[in-house]
Ligand binder design. Sequence first.
Ligand SMILES: Nc1ncnc2c1ncn2[C@@H]1O[C@H](COP(=O)(O)OP(=O)(O)O)[C@@H](O)[C@H]1O
Ligand SMILES: [Mg+2]
Length: 254
Amino acid sequence: MAICGGSVNKVAIEFKAVSKEYPLYSHLAGGLKGFIFNFPRSLKGITRERFTALKDISFSIHQGETVAFMGRNGAGKSTTLGLMAGVLKPSSGQVMISGRVSPLLELGGGFHSDLTGRENIRLNGVLLGLTRKQVEAREAEIIEFSELGEFIDQPIRMYSSGMLSRLGFSVVAHLEPEILLIDEILAVGDIQFQEKCKKKIQEFKKNGVTIILVSHSIGDVRALCDRVIWIENHIVRNDGPTSEVLPQYEQFFS
Ligand SMILES: Nc1ncnc2c1ncn2[C@@H]1O[C@H](COP(=O)(O)OP(=O)(O)O)[C@@H](O)[C@H]1O
Ligand SMILES: [Mg+2]
């Protein structure tokens, strides 16, 4: 149990010896033709060959903690957040979540490209746990926060990656999350919007929201997170206070 400001906080997220494997498609390296030509063998490959994205990962995160997941591309950070969000299931081990999760995962995830920004707000608001009335009451505020202007009534297939991240963050920012997952979304928006997002994250932090952030930005991690979990080669390489782990991380990559 973590002691925060004198009170004992409950565990919000717990990973117990979690592993995640994906099917490995290396047998496709020879091209589709080769795959079909060697069909029985290829099929065996599909069922047998596995790539381990996370290997025996354990940690617990308490309510109100702000934790950054860091590590190079392909280390397994998004897989970890996908498991927290429940969009992925572990191959072995246990993932336990206590609280309402608001995920901001890959860009535009959960959005429908043929719907407009406004329609996506309505759809996502309801999917992420608000009633229709609550969504209607907050719609104007969400749109204002996004600063998407007249683009809000355009289908989002016309949106740039920055505009998609604006829409995603604006929806989640108005959801009253208990556990907020943010996967590299801050890096996409322009600087002015990034600052606005960070302010909002600080506000959530003050209100005791559990925040999980994937970021490569040393500055953002230092400003927003009290703890860093560093994933390297699909295992936890280091886990501790930001002031301890971040300098080691910086040194490793310099
Ligand atoms: N759906 C998938 N199928 C197969 N392999 C995947 C899938 N998603 C991720 N991987 C692999 O798992 C590893 C970890 O990926 P990911 O969690 O996205 O890393 P990160 O977010 O740290 O960059 C990578 O090697 C990636 O190629
Ligand atoms: Mg990722």
